[in-house]
Design a protein around this ligand. Sequence first.
Ligand SMILES: [Fe+2]
Length: 292
Amino acid sequence: MTDFFTMNPGETAAPVPPGPVLSSGSTGIRRVHRFLLWAYGEAPNLVRSAAQGDASRAAYVGEVLGNFDKVLLIHQEGQDLHMYPQVAERAPATASHVEQMLDHHRQIRERVQSIEPVRKRWMQTADAADRDVLAKGYEDVQSVLEEHLRREVTEVMPVVDRVMTETELKAMIQHGVRQHDKKFLVTYLGMILATNPPGKYSLGRFPLPLVSPTASSGAGCTASNTRRFSLDARFPKRSRLQGRGKCERVRRKAGISERALGVEGRTTAGCPGWVRRFRLRPTPTVPKHRKS
Ligand SMILES: [Fe+2]
């Protein structure tokens, strides 16, 4: 099966500047884009799943879609502020591509904002006419978004990897961290994991800001972060992680198995400071009260 992130005939990638690869932002962006692709692929029929007058269902679906919209707009805003200006300045040959991507962002933002009043009204009334307008509106969003999600990855991200550092991309991550509700971010992590290839993205492969309760958009997943935060590398096999600390509560709340996170059979004993910041408590292998 052809990968979604494949250029269509007639499309061309921006010229990649010479020099070393400075970051792997494109890897993180693909993960976020796979989630958005799924979310907006589902949106029209989610709306249509609420019958006329079923206000309870409409309120629930509307809230979910509102969260999708917020993720999407904040993700784009982060790129507008912390990625595209730098790319345009450092790789002038990408100017036409940057312009195209920013225009996509504008079109998507306008479509999402135009259906927001309909969504909010429909959440109250579950009116069939509003439902149909809203479903059509999400189809319009999806039509532009799908092209954008693909072309941003295939045409622009290879340049981003060459002209932006991991540190700079963290600004884009923090842009999302600051604006999302922390509880929602746990759910968001679950959706990112669920919409990306199984087995390939364990918790240890995500940067700390994404795996922690103060997670981010995930756009900054990097090779260096993977090494630094690899649970496999850091967690000795002493005893199981069982119901201890915030991490475990987060994992259970998100409905994610230990296997999916790559922490099966692992414990935090002997882990460094970043784990303590994550509020995991070590499982002692020898009880403290035991005499030597
Ligand atoms: Fe974008």
